[in-house]
Ligand binder design. Structure first.
Ligand code: F6P
Length: 299
């Protein structure tokens, strides 16, 4: 059996670990795993690449993707779907592992609906793929944001009297910004899903800044941190600074969680295709909490 693997949409830390897990499992099962460069667009151009064990292992702990990722909006149209199906047929791919975010998983679903054997592996720093609790890359991007805010707090605490707006990536989903804020204990988060009460926020900044500081976390989809800092400064009368994490956040070193999720997902996606199954691989960070009764000591 021959299976293709491609990375679609924006890259995410942990994508290379998916490749490593997939190659391990494919090797065990005697499956020929073929890398496809630059996402669905690369598939249509038949841009295949042999996956060398040493290359894949060396990349497993690095962000980005050695296959290259890319967006392919044509897959939203029937001719785009047909182009991908033709390429799969010509490359003799009995299955395809699609690693990517919401749009990429929708593309994978469209191919599966048209009869192809496809496994979707959710990977995006945004953690906004319907049907899965966690996406590969999110944890690394959250940790990047946490480190940036830890650093910012050092100088903010040393020189009270200024306040800050930190802009995360995340597209039009506030999930990444909310997760960064939750991990750093920040209550003031501006996300696209909710209209902020800027006057109330400015009042808090005015009240707290003279002897301290306020850090506001803002998702890029809710606006621009430079403009927001100006606006809050005008409303509060407090000097404000902005920090835009930008794409460095997407290039964060993959955390242990993302490497582990990546390896597991790659392996399970190949396993599923080998067993004749198509679908979305769901992931969880296993951070659920609960309350259990004490065990009765045995007598
Ligand atoms: O892949 C998701 C993401 O990183 C979003 O957080 C961000 O808004 C977007 O991609 C940026 O995409 P691009 O690099 O294509 O501009």
């Amino acid at each position: 059996m021959r299976i293709g693997v491609l990375m679609s949409g924006g890259d995410a830390p942990g994508m290379n670990a998916v490749l490593s897990g997939a190659l391990d499992r494919a090797t065990n099962l005697g499956i020929d795993l073929v890398g496809i460069e630059a996402g669905f667009g690369g598939l249509c151009e038949r841009r295949t690449r042999a996956l060398g064990r040493a290359d894949v292992d060396a990349a497993a702990g690095r962000a980005g993707t050695i296959l290259g990722a890319g967006r392919f909006p044509e897959l939203k149209t029937p001719p785009g779907v047909q182009q991908c199906l033709d390429a799969m047929g010509e490359l003799a791919l009995g299955g395809l592992v699609v690693v990517g975010g919401e749009g990429s998983i929708a593309g994978a679903a469209a191919l599966a609906a048209a009869g192809a054997m496809v496994m979707g592996v959710p990977a995006t720093i945004d953690n906004d793929v319907p049907g899965t609790g966690m996406t590969i890359g999110h944890d690394s991007a959250v940790n990047y944001g946490v480190r940036a805010i830890d650093d910012l707090r050092m100088t903010a605490t040393a020189m009270p009297g200024r306040s800050f707006v930190v802009q995360t990536l995340g597209g039009y989903s506030g999930n990444l910004a909310r997760a960064v804020a939750a991990a750093t204990g920040i209550a003031d988060v501006i996300v696209p899903e909710t209209a902020p009460d800027l006057d109330a926020l400015a009042a808090r900044i005015r009240e707290l800044t003279p002897g301290g500081h306020v850090i506001v976390v803002m998702c890029e989809g809710a606006g621009n941190a430079v403009a927001m800092a100006d606006d809050l400064s005008n409303r509060s009368g407090v000097r404000m600074h902005s920090t835009i994490l930008g794409h460095s956040q997407r290039g964060a070193v993959p955390t242990a969680i993302d490497r582990t999720l990546g390896r597991i997902a790659g392996s399970e996606a190949v396993d599923a295709l080998a067993a004749g199954r198509s679908g979305l691989l769901t992931l969880s960070a296993s951070t659920e909490s609960g309350l259990a009764a004490f065990r009765t000591p045995s007598t």
